[in-house]
Ligand binder design. Structure first.
Ligand SMILES: Nc1nc2c(ncn2[C@@H]2O[C@H](COP(=O)(O)OP(=O)(O)OP(=O)(O)O)[C@@H](O)[C@H]2O)c(=O)[nH]1
Ligand SMILES: [Mg+2]
Length: 303
């Protein structure tokens, strides 16, 4: 049996791919997670392979070499330079080109029997919400006997306030219904969440950040979120309250949207996330199906 995990999620405004540059606060951290994931599999004495499907990925971001790289087929730089496309049109072109030349990918994947592929995807949200590329890719992988699941990373800053959170939830839901495969939502960069509730940062002042308050975002109780509205300092236009209420109702009616916390600085956290992914796609189902580890609350203690 072969397995593939698509690592998806929104990009930030502006790409900062160089790890030495300032951290890009709104990028989900897909590429970073992908590499930690593979290193962790190695530590567990398991084999995994990196597949890069981001035609704009920069070379220096690869501390783990991809076994398959879309840029060997088509790169965004070339498409933009030679065909005069902008970054978004260029990405669409690259994916169309990939699907038209799917035998290239099929051949490249052919050599990896009994394997576990971790696929780093680009961050353009349109790719997940309204283009047919990823669903077609998944169908093709399924035809090849590759069992595919997806993780959707949303950055922990989305927990800073409920409006950002709603936007993260809605994008996750939209991607989920578009792909229709086993799916896990992940709240990434938990290392950036302030541990100290007395922290005077903006998020902490709003009382919406800090480990103490995380639970309500990881496993959202919409009514709780809704009741957070109208707090002192909430400058939102009251006309939006009805809309928020409707979104809250939607979240409540679709309890699929919960998030697993991911803190790359904790190997336990990676362990938990990976065992959830394994469980979701029934990795090694010929053996006993695995129960996911209990969510390690030790890391995010709720007093
Ligand atoms: N503090 C912290 N920073 C992170 C983490 N993961 C990624 N970053 C930083 O966030 C930025 C973006 O990370 P990437 O992994 O390139 O994000 P991406 O989702 O692949 O971005 P795109 O490919 O542009 O969509 C980089 O500057 C990383 O160093 C994390 O777990 N914690
Ligand atoms: Mg990336």
């Amino acid at each position: 049996m072969r397995y593939a995990v698509l690592v998806t999620g929104p990009a930030g405004a502006g790409k900062s791919r160089n790890p030495n540059q300032n951290h890009n606060p709104t990028s989900a951290g897909k590429s970073t997670f992908t590499r930690s994931y593979l290193n962790h599999l190695t530590a567990l004495k398991r084999t995994g392979h990196l597949v890069n499907l981001d035609p704009a990925a920069s070379e220096e971001s690869f501390e783990v070499e991809p076994v398959i790289d879309i840029k060997d087929l088509v790169s965004l730089e070339d498409v933009m330079g030679e065909l005069g496309y902008g970054p978004n049109g260029g990405l669409v072109y690259c994916f169309e080109y990939l699907l038209e030349n799917f035998d290239w990918l099929e051949e490249a994947l052919g050599g990896y029997e009994d394997d576990y592929l971790v696929i780093d995807c680009p961050g353009q949200i349109e790719l997940y919400t309204h283009h047919p590329f990823l669903p077609t890719l998944v169908q093709n992988l399924t035809k090849m006997g590759i069992r595919t699941s997806a993780v959707y990373l949303v950055e922990s800053q989305f927990m800073e306030d409920k409006y950002k959170f709603f936007s993260g939830v809605l994008s996750a839901m939209s991607a989920m219904v578009n792909l229709e495969i086993p799916w896990i939502n992940i709240m990434s960069k938990m290392d950036l969440v302030t541990a100290d509730p007395d922290d005077s940062s903006r998020g902490a002042r709003n009382g919406l950040r800090g480990r103490r308050n995380i639970a309500r975002y990881l496993d959202p109780d919409p009514l709780l979120l809704a009741s957070a509205r109208g707090q002192e300092g909430d400058t939102a236009n009251p006309r939006f309250h009805a809309l928020n209420q409707a979104i809250v109702q939607l979240i409540e009616d679709h309890p699929l949207v919960s998030f697993l916390p991911l803190d790359l600085t904790s190997s336990d956290s990676l362990d938990t996330v990976i065992s959830h992914i394994d469980y979701t796609m029934q990795y090694g189902e010929d053996e006993e199906p695995k129960e996911p580890h209990d969510l390690d609350e030790g890391d995010f203690e709720l007093e």
